[in-house]
Design a protein around this ligand. Structure first.
Ligand code: ATP
Ligand code: MG
Length: 269
């Protein structure tokens, strides 16, 4: 896998016009247990970023707090974009998605009765910010949509794009493509490649690199596949027991003793 450095932007430097998420004093507990406890955290200043940490660290909950699927007990989560600053905790998950802050892996079940093409078309219609019935009768829109969908279907392999997603891998891939067709500006990917064949994983990551270079999309990836994190991300946040314990370049994080002890184990150290 190639490194994450870009020809156009030195690794580790903020992308021009980047969107960032700023978390301040964000806290979440379940029962008596604190699962997220963040003092100050900025996400998205470095193109593709990684969020790693052991099972139960609070990674998924952190993403759900950002998209407001879960409400924090306290704290501020701000979305900074060239359009201004928005306090996400004051908005619904749908409104947050319309602002372009989109999480993979949360919507697929709603569309299981649709074919792969129909699901992708609905995402595109959603991105138009119009009522579905209106754009779905618009011939020019449908022509454009078909073209855009075909571009993705040319890259990725589905057994039958005119049928329903079959395997877990196909559902995962469909979820990612649906999120991309929503035209996100900040994409939160929660273990995007778990269950995908290596070839499709490589294609997804290649596409993500292209998107962050050619557009100003910011991406945060949660993954336990650390080779993918080291090879793809420009910056990595390490989370354990609800807290961000360390942040830095992949080589900084990889060589850190705390990360090795709490997560990587002897084989990676
Ligand atoms: N809705 C919930 N109710 C009660 N406890 C929850 C809930 N959601 C998450 N938790 C707990 O919060 C902790 C953090 O969970 P979370 O899913 O955020 O971890 P994670 O870092 O994503 O782990 P993994 O790498 O296994 O996906 C876990 O102990 C989990 O059991
Ligand atoms: Mg998780």
């Amino acid at each position: 896998m190639t490194g994450a450095s870009s020809a156009t932007r030195p690794p580790g430097s903020p992308a021009a016009g980047a969107k960032t998420l700023h978390l301040h004093d964000v806290h979440k507990h379940y029962g008596g247990r604190t699962v997220v406890d963040i003092d100050d955290l900025v996400l998205g200043a470095h193109g593709i970023e990684g969020l790693i940490g052991p099972n139960g660290a609070g990674k998924t909950t952190l993403m759900k707090l950002i998209t407001h699927v879960v409400s924090p007990d306290r704290g501020r989560i701000e979305y900074h974009s060239p359009d201004g600053t928005v306090l996400l905790t004051q908005h619904s998950p749908d409104a947050i998605a319309r602002m372009g802050v989109v999480k993979t892996n949360q919507v697929i079940q709603d569309f299981e009765s649709l074919t792969i093409r129909e699901s992708l078309l609905l995402s595109l219609a959603g991105a138009e910010q119009e009522k579905f019935y209106k754009v779905l009768r618009d011939k020019a829109f449908l022509r454009r949509a078909d073209q855009e969908i075909d571009e993705y279907l040319d890259i990725f392999t589905f057994q039958d794009p005119d049928g329903r997603a079959g395997s877990a891998g196909e559902k995962k891939l469909l979820d990612i493509l649906r999120c991309l067709l929503l035209k996100p500006r900040f994409l939160l990917m929660d273990e995007p490649t778990a269950g995908l064949p290596q070839e499709e994983t490589d294609k997804v990551m290649e596409l993500m690199r292209t998107k962050t270079q050619e557009t100003d999309l910011s991406i945060l990836i949660i993954e336990h596949d650390l080779d993918l994190i080291w090879g793809t991300c420009e910056f990595v946040h390490f989370m354990a027991e609800g807290e961000i314990l360390l942040q830095g370049t992949p080589s900084d994080v990889r060589s850190n003793a705390t990360v090795a002890e709490k997560y990587l184990g002897a084989s990676h150290a």
